[in-house]
Ligand binder design. Structure first.
Ligand code: ARG
Length: 584
């Protein structure tokens, strides 16, 4: 069951191939889908092929009859020990234990657990995207955490990932921010007071609203900034730098892979905007409307049922968020060479993106062969089901949320392990506290709103970070306690117990899960998988003695299964950006 390059087999892909061949041999059209899935229940085998029904319909055949023919032609020797037809024509496949054992052995020999190499794509991932002179708030948390897991996963599979932090670093608010920075600098003899960004922004706005002279200066600075004025550019850069330096601290605390080099803010596309507008006009896609430039889209109707107008240049000559996103998609394809672009932005911006991309496609800026995907997500809600806010109704600062996570984790851990201290305690507190926040978000389907609940996320039971981290240490401790050198495990894996078979088979599905996460951007499927692995390991561990196994062969074999479990948990958690510790 190992391919010529020595890789473990992606079982789902292998079975799909085999069943497709049998379908074709049985007279089905060449593009017929085998629809091979992991079985939901053990009685249906390890995998089932569900494609027969729809193919039979096309052929005008009785599904059962076609299923019988397919099974007759299906050659799964060395792969399956039993193939059964169930119900109207499902084909249930029971894997051969020797096949599973050989593949598990092979996975252990590979640094990347035997996952097959991919055809590498350039994948641009747009995530985090905070705004300058604003504190990163809970709304950016989901994008940052989920987007980073998608980046890590695609990279792990072998793709070239370009992280694009679409920072809100452009717009008319910068006139007011520059004017205020100037004021603050004058008053404090050059000392910057940007540590509280939220407060800075509020004060700038207050000055703008209440002081006419200030407002005039601010508006003047907008024009100058856009014209490339040196002084305004410099002040603007300072605002960006201070904000991003602060955000970088948060990224590092969160164990998020974004760096300063990944910033590709809105300002990057500024020079492209006039050209985009005139190009869209020349192509007849954009028209003048009361001084503004508008693209009318038949795909979107307004309340009156007329095509919706998307403004791409305002009457005063200013460009819009949408114009920037049109330019940005073009840039990602043309300049970055993207084969695929993923956007992690909340669902409220869906219409905005769809409009921008409809224009992008019509203008031919990005070919249809390059997918632009909105991996949207719902809101973060408080326990009361309302948008997550401070008691006073303000937005919650991310940094404060992280502080609280650490404090709660510290309390929990010192209660459980009063003897821990020093660096070990600090590492553990950090891994658990930050891990809990991240895992809680990652483990829920991203498309729905999600309720932020400290008690749930820090529980040691259930699909949580502390549980998973603990499960990992349990496996790791087997080797440590018995002082076993993994290089001494020279005998092959042998599967004789049902629980060994279940665990090993699930471990071999790691690649299938990685592929799903990479394709759909759904890290919760990885969380569910790892949780399942941890559960299967527990039951294996309880029923199959490892160190006291009846003979040396099964002792080594079980140790190897434990080792593969340990590596799979670690690697899986790593693709999610969740840290593990060796002891807790
Ligand atoms: N800065 C924006 C916000 O805070 C998010 C940007 C998302 N990315 C994009 N290409 N539009 O809402």
């Amino acid at each position: 069951g190992i391919d010529s390059k020595g890789n473990s087999v992606n079982i789902q892909a292998l079975l799909s191939d085999k069943v497709s061949q049998a379908l074709t041999a049985a007279g089905a059209p060449a593009d017929s889908e085998a629809q091979v899935r992991q079985s939901a229940k053990a009685q249906f085998g390890d995998y089932q092929a569900n494609g027969v029904m729809s193919v039979a319909k096309k052929l005008g055949m009785a599904p059962r009859q076609l299923a019988e023919k397919v099974v007759e032609l299906l050659d799964l020797s060395g792969i399956a020990s039993k193939v059964e037809i169930a119900g109207p024509g499902f084909i249930n496949i029971f894997l051969d234990r020797a096949f599973v054992a050989a593949n598990a052995d092979n996975a252990l020999q590979h640094a990347k657990l035997g996952i097959s190499p991919v055809e590498p794509q350039t994948i641009v991932i747009d995530y985090s995207a905070p705004n300058v002179a604003k504190e990163m708030h809970v709304g950016h948390v989901r994008s940052t955490i989920i987007g980073d897991a998608a980046a890590r996963t695609n990279e792990f599979l072998g793709h070239k990932v370009i992280r694009a932090n679409h920072v809100g670093d452009w717009g008319t608010q910068f006139g007011m921010l520059i004017a205020y920075l100037e004021k603050v600098q004058n008053e404090n003899a050059g000392e910057m007071k940007l540590s509280d960004l939220e407060e800075f922004y509020r004060a700038a706005k207050k000055n703008y609203d209440e002081d006419e002279e200030f407002a005039v200066r601010a508006r003047n600075y907008v024009v100058k900034l856009q014209g490339g004025d040196e002084y305004c550019r410099q002040m603007w850069r300072k605002l960006v730098d201070v904000t991003m330096a602060q955000n970088q601290i948060t990224y590092d605390r969160l164990n998020v892979t974004l760096t300063r080099d990944d910033v590709m803010g809105e300002s990057l596309y500024n020079d492209m905007l006039p050209g985009i507008v005139s190009d869209l006009q020349e192509k007849g896609l954009a028209v003048d409307s009361e001084g503004a430039v508008v693209v009318y889209l038949d795909e979107y109707k307004n309340k009156e049922g007329e095509p919706m107008g998307v403004i791409i240049r305002k009457k005063d000559g200013g460009y819009l968020y949408t114009t920037t996103d049109i330019a940005c998609a073009k840039y990602r394809y043309e300049t970055l060479g993207a084969d695929r672009v993923l956007y992690y932005i909340d669902s409220r911006q869906h219409q905005h993106l769809m409009q921008a991309w409809t224009i992008v496609r019509k203008a031919g800026y990005v070919p249809e062969s390059v997918p632009l995907e909105h991996h949207m997500f719902g809101m973060m809600l408080g326990k009361d089901g309302k948008p997550f806010k401070t008691r006073a109704g303000g937005t919650i600062k991310l940094s404060e949320l992280l502080d609280e996570a650490i404090e709660r984790a510290r309390k929990l851990i010192t209660e459980k392990n009063p003897e821990l201290g020093g660096d070990e305690l600090e590492n553990l507190v950090n891994a658990v506290g930050i891990g809990a926040i991240k895992y809680a978000d990652l483990s829920k389907s991203r498309t729905t709103d999600y309720i932020f609940d400290w008690d749930n996320m820090l529980a040691f039971e259930g699909n949580t970070a502390p549980y998973m981290q603990y499960a990992y240490t349990r496996v790791a401790s087997i080797f440590k306690r018995a002082d076993i050198d993994v290089n001494s495990l020279t005998q092959p894996i042998v599967i004789s117990e049902e629980r060994e078979a279940l665990l090993a088979t699930r471990l071999l599905q790691f690649e299938e899960v990685l592929t799903t996460v990479a394709r759909e951007g759904t890290p919760h499927t990885m969380c569910a998988y790892l949780y399942d692995v941890a559960g299967l390991f527990s039951s294996f561990y309880e029923h199959c003695p490892i160190l006291n196994a009846a003979d040396e062969t099964s002792r080594q074999s079980r140790l190897k299964l434990a080792l593969l479990t340990q590596r799979t948990l670690k690697t899986g958690l790593d693709t999610l950006g969740i840290e593990t510790v060796e002891r807790m």
